[in-house]
Ligand binder design. Structure first.
Ligand code: ATP
Ligand code: MG
Length: 279
């Protein structure tokens, strides 16, 4: 049975003014008959007639599979397969309390709610900050793993890798530089790992331009991003080392922080051997 046959016709409303941006029942029915992905339009599937479930599943199941494969591929490209089993609050491999799983879960819930209602998420960015080896990437991947299961198209990339792939003929899977930009600027949720990692004050014009372009594009379009970093935002007397502001500049950092939650991860370096090696 085709979608064109299945969706019931809804009479067109009387002529007159509709609320700007609103989807009338009539428009929804027209789009549904045309096989449009209502999830993309922010219209939840509220049909009561479950006899169409098999038709709906034919669309929803491959979409969920494609979403999971795209996410897993982005994790594989980063050689991070070990992070795929991580979950936020439940499961055999879950985060510790100091990795702020509740903060991450609440933010994810707000993103799902926004996607379902077609609204812009209230808080666009999540900054997962902490010292080296405290479990930031694991926390960010747990968030991504849950997001994909909940129906959000999510991708993972390290900041430095993104910059490398933006150079001509440098991306995997025969991707062109413009495709790299499109992919990471437009996915529903992006995990940008190690923001400004391994960079110094001499960050090139290319780095600044590309990073500003990606972050600005995502913020302007209302697309959420989770960042991990072991840098502080700005230098202080107690922490005189490089801050993110030194690489991104005050304007971009302020824009990012203007709509952000912070999940600060405390604890020790999980990778450090309890006894230092003697060599
Ligand atoms: N909740 C957890 N339970 C068990 N192992 C964990 C947990 N969180 C992280 N790990 C492990 O601890 C190690 C360090 O974690 P992770 O790579 O996430 O740290 P990081 O803060 O991203 O480090 P870096 O600063 O080097 O990027 C990894 O081997 C990871 O698998
Ligand atoms: Mg990491």
């Amino acid at each position: 049975m085709s979608l064109a046959m299945a969706a019931p016709a809804v009479p067109a409303p009387d002529r007159g003014l509709n609320r700007a941006g609103s989807l009338t029942d009539h428009m929804v029915a027209v789009l549904r008959r045309g096989g449009a992905d209502m999830g993309q339009l922010g219209v939840p599937d509220r049909r009561t007639d479950r006899s169409e479930d098999d038709v709906w599943d034919k669309i929803a199941v491959p979409k969920a599979r494609a979403r999971r494969l795209a996410w897993e591929r982005s994790i594989e490209d980063a050689a991070h397969n070990e992070y795929l089993p991580f979950r936020l609050l439940t499961g055999p491999v879950k985060l510790d309390a100091n990795q702020k799983p509740k903060t991450l879960q609440n933010w994810l819930d707000s993103l799902i709610e926004a996607q379902e209602s077609g609204a812009r998420p209230e808080t666009l960015n999540m900054i997962i900050a902490g010292n080296i080896g405290t479990g930031k990437t694991a926390a960010a991947c747990a968030l991504g793993n849950e997001a994909v299961l909940a129906g959000l198209d999510t991708l993972f990339v390290k900041h430095a890798t993104y910059l490398t792939w933006r150079r001509p003929d440098s991306a995997p899977h025969n991707m062109k530089a413009w495709e790299v930009r499109k992919k990471f600027a437009t996915c529903k949720l992006l995990i940008l790992d190690e923001l400004c990692g391994e960079m110094d004050m001499t960050a090139t014009e290319f780095t600044r331009r590309e990073t500003t372009d990606l972050i600005d594009a995502r913020i302007s379009a209302g697309r959420p991003t989770a960042y991990t970093t072991n840098l502080r935002s700005r230098r202080t007397k107690e922490h005189p080392g490089l801050g993110v502001v030194d690489i991104l500049g005050e304007r971009l950092l302020s824009r990012l922080e203007a709509s952000a939650h912070l999940a600060k991860i405390t604890g020790t370096d999980r990778r450090k051997p309890t006894k230092p090696l003697d060599w």
